[in-house]
Design a protein around this ligand. Structure first.
Ligand code: F6P
Length: 363
């Protein structure tokens, strides 16, 4: 398909940050400027950059990327994971639909297309905005949780797994020295990919994921059988959204009224201590998983996604998301992405791998 009459495109990052976002922004700028001669406008703070007046943006020149941007965590554009323009909370507490302000902002910048780098929540919002505003839009999936459907990997996942594996590598010797059970709570809102991958790579004895309700008696049996075989320490990895046998997750209410996952690690630590008599210690890895320099895998995924997203715009495609499937960069329907979900399947080869290694999955 012939290159359409495009002069300027916008790029934004939306939702929680992760490692590899800057590598994707760099790839978009490189391909669009060098490959097509377009101007690239970096929109600051996700959709807020198009909502605020004056608009928040900067032109991205190749000069910006001559330094270490590829290697940097976070996002040079800034991001927000609140402020849905369709249900925007105003300073007086009222909730308003401000989607048309965002679309007006996009038009004011004289952009012909938009690339949005976001997770599943952001894809829903950006897809709606694009439809309403008739905006040519391509999505790039990112999230440490890896829960965007139709892609094997999202930007940020690999680096977060590395952070969790490093934590296990550091916990193992101290667990062994003190004969303790170490519990590592990792992120993963509703999806257990980080726990599953890190647990296998980091030699965990128990991996608990939200997709498999956790029976503490089964975890205790595993730890007791290790002890009976002479190994008096153990490593447990649990995802923050793990459900107890009752079906409940452990949540915390914060001063701003927000209810978020938090507390499953300490809860399990106490229950395991009670059920086994072992000494337990808990580490909550938290946002350490989101920061840091992107791994080579995330840099490669981000670079491939950025280039493909720009090429799709040049081809006239819209309402698509780039994706990684079977060692290939492909593009999928954004409507399918928005309607879908992605969690660990019980049939996942890595679930089988974990069981084959003798790892207890809490069931
Ligand atoms: O969705 C990504 C994620 O890092 C989750 O794993 C985690 O529950 C959540 O975001 C944390 O969000 P916040 O940065 O708002 O605390």
């Amino acid at each position: 398909m012939a290159v359409r009459n495009i002069r300027r495109i916008g790029v934004l990052t939306s939702g929680g940050d992760c490692a590899g976002l800057n590598a994707a922004i760099r790839a978009v700028a490189h391909r669009a400027i060098q490959g097509y001669g377009w101007a690239v406008i970096g929109i600051h703070e996700g959709t807020r950059g198009l909502l605020e007046r004056p608009l928040l943006y900067e032109e991205l020149t190749l000069r910006i990327f001559t330094g270490n941007v590829l290697r940097m965590g976070g996002t040079i554009l800034g991001t927000v994971n609140k402020g849905d323009p369709f249900a925007f909370r105003m300073p007086d507490g009222s909730v308003q639909d401000r989607s048309s302000d965002v679309i007006d902002g996009f038009k004011e910048l004289d952009l012909q297309a938009l690339i949005g780098i976001g997770g599943d929540g952001s894809m829903k919002i950006l897809s709606r905005l694009a439809e309403q505003g008739g905006i040519q839009f391509i999505g790039i999936p990112k999230t440490i949780d890896n829960d965007v459907p139709f892609t094997d990997f999202s930007i940020g996942f690999a680096t977060s797994v590395d952070a969790a594996v490093e934590a296990l590598d550091r916990l193992q010797p101290t667990a062994a020295s003190h004969q303790r059970v170490m519990i590592l709570e990792v992120m993963g809102r509703d999806a257990g990919f980080i726990a599953l991958h890190a647990g296998i790579a980091g030699g965990a004895d128990v991996i608990l994921i939200p997709e498999i309700p956790c029976r503490v008696d089964k975890v205790a049996d595993k730890i007791k059988s290790l002890a009976a075989d002479g190994r008096k320490h153990a490593l447990v990895v649990c995802a923050e959204a793990v459900k107890l046998a009752s079906g409940d997750s452990v949540m915390q209410t914060h001063v701003d009224g927000e209810v978020r996952y938090g507390g499953i690690g300490p809860r399990l630590g106490d229950q395991i201590a009670q059920a086994t008599g072992a000494e337990t210690r808990v580490t909550v890895l938290g946002h350490v998983q989101r920061g840091g320099s992107p791994s080579s895998g995330d840099r490669i995924t981000a670079s491939a996604f950025g280039v493909r997203a720009v090429d799709l715009i040049a081809e006239g495609a819209t309402h698509r998301m780039v994706a990684w499937q079977n060692r290939n960069v492909v593009d999928v329907s954004l409507n399918d992405v928005v309607a879908g979900t992605h969690a660990v399947e019980i049939t996942d080869p890595l679930v089988r791998t974990a069981r084959g290694l003798g790892i207890c999955l809490g069931d």
